[in-house]
Design a protein around this ligand. Sequence first.
Ligand code: THU
Length: 136
Amino acid sequence: MIKEDIRLALDNLKFSRAIYSNFKVSSVLTAKNGKKYTGVNIESASYTPTICAERTAFFKAVSEGVLEFESIVIVGGKNGKVTNLTPPCGVCRQVMMDYCDPKTFKIIIAIDEDNYQEYTLEQLLPLGFGAKNLEG
Ligand code: THU
């Protein structure tokens, strides 16, 4: 499962639109219903509209009514060459907090099928702010 998702994420790096930073990122998000949502980073000439690979995957799923998630695999590297782990940025961690259970949602950052690390969202975003906090 994890290895297949890593392979898919690596294969999809070619779709990344990292036309300014040249830092290509690709992700595979698995929903609780078993469906997979892929995402790449898409950069804008105006810079700030740029979206990360992780949020592309989440918003694809959410826009189809899928709201429960199990895990996400993330790979990235300069010019699409993956030599280091790519941890999710703070904005993406917040979006994960908006849609995932911090104790069970798994974030897998990978170099290849044999080199990866697995974390829970709670480990990468301790004391995160989520919908529960708005309940008062
Ligand atoms: N990027 C991602 O896609 N995900 C991350 O978690 C880290 C950063 C993208 C955004 C931008 O297109 C490029 O990597 C350089 O920051």
